[in-house]
Design a protein around this ligand. Structure first.
Ligand code: AVJ
Length: 340
């Protein structure tokens, strides 16, 4: 790899070839915030770990495995909706749009949108934003299949990536936020996040958001308690990541995956349950963590929405709703909005 080409204050720029470059914050800063955030969140009552830390390389790979589990309906359902968009999304686009994606991951679903873009354009600019290194691998795979594609990746949090792109150029963007990743936010955080997106959008920009819908409790709970135990592995992996990166001594056998649907708050709640009374050292966070038997560490909220709630939320932050698409079972939604 051609290392540091250009340094600005926070990001290193890596140019891999004429069609692929990516930006990454300096690693020292990233490690510091990980250690600090863990130190804070595991000292709270109740204890928690932010779901964004699931996505090291192993965690991203496990998430990809989740996406094709028989019980995990969201991915395949959203793909079926994106297939319908092939004929309908072009009505809202012209050949000048660039594509931005929040949480691009393996960029599998992106392909369905790139199919649309590359038919409309002779050159397509794609800006994936992802917290995981998986971004570089996914980008190289995309370039093999799309000749007219140019990729500028940003390996950072959503906020970091959006801030980075804010003044990058003045071309129109379609921003994708798929997979119901928005469901990780609490309602307050979510509203603020939508305001951030709204404020960084230029007039004429579009935003396409995928949100999972409220449905039968059994369907929801089995999606997050799959029979092959992949979701459990994904949840527990955050502890091995902390072991590796923050010099901790979690024994994964002393924890179990626990996930339940809270109908009142319309969310799947995911936890790591301590199976014994135990103490864990997290060296780089300067923390001695004491856990009681059956104590829960919260690791994820996955909110589910009603269509009215989605429309109210988007209207509240002053988006103009262009269209909502659903699948045949009304399991999942994709909503396209613009800034007016
Ligand atoms: C990536 C946040 C959309 O909430 O369904 C899947 C993550 N966690 N199984 C979700 C997840 C457990 C996923 N999101």
């Amino acid at each position: 790899m051609n290392d540091t080409i250009q340094k600005n204050l926070q990001y290193k720029k890596y140019i891999l070839d004429s069609k692929l470059q990516y930006f990454k914050p300096h690693s020292s800063a990233v490690e510091k915030t990980f250690a600090e955030e863990i130190s804070y969140s595991l000292s709270q009552d109740p204890k928690f770990i932010s779901p964004k830390f699931f996505y090291d390389k192993k965690g991203s790979d496990l998430f990809e495995k989740i996406c094709s589990l028989p019980e995990y309906y969201p991915t395949r359902t959203e793909i079926s909706i994106l297939e319908k968009l092939q004929s309908e999304l072009p009505n809202f686009l012209d050949d000048t749009f660039q594509l931005v994606e929040l949480g691009s991951g393996a960029s599998v679903k992106t392909r369905l949108v790139l199919d649309i873009f590359t038919k409309l354009q002779t050159k397509t600019e794609y800006f994936p934003i992802d917290i995981s290194e998986i971004l570089t691998e996914s980008s190289e795979l995309l370039l093999k299949d799309y000749d007219s594609l140019h990729i500028t990746g940003i390996i950072d949090t959503y906020e970091g990536g959006l801030e980075f792109l804010k003044n990058y150029d003045d071309k129109k963007n379609l921003i994708l936020f798929l997979g119901s990743s928005f469901g990780n936010f609490t309602p307050d955080e979510g509203r603020k996040f939508l305001q951030t997106i709204h404020s960084m959008m230029k007039p004429g920009d579009l935003f396409l958001i995928g949100l999972d819908l409220v449905k039968d409790k059994q369907i929801l709970e089995s999606a997050y308690n799959d029979s092959q135990g992949v979701t459990s592995e994904f949840n527990l992996n955050v502890l091995s990541r902390i072991n590796d990166e923050l010099d901790a001594d979690f024994n994964l056998n002393d924890f179990s995956h626990y996930s339940v649907y809270n109908s009142k708050d319309q969310r799947i709640e995911m936890y790591l349950k301590s199976l014994v009374n135990q103490s864990v050292v997290i060296s780089k966070s300067n923390l001695l963590l004491n856990l009681l038997k059956d104590e829960l560490i919260h690791t994820e909220h996955s909110h589910k929405y009603g269509l009215d709630q989605i429309h109210n939320l988007l209207n509240d932050v002053k988006f103009e709703i262009k269209h909502t698409w659903l699948d045949d079972n009304n399991y999942f939604s994709l909503t396209l909005v613009s800034k007016n």
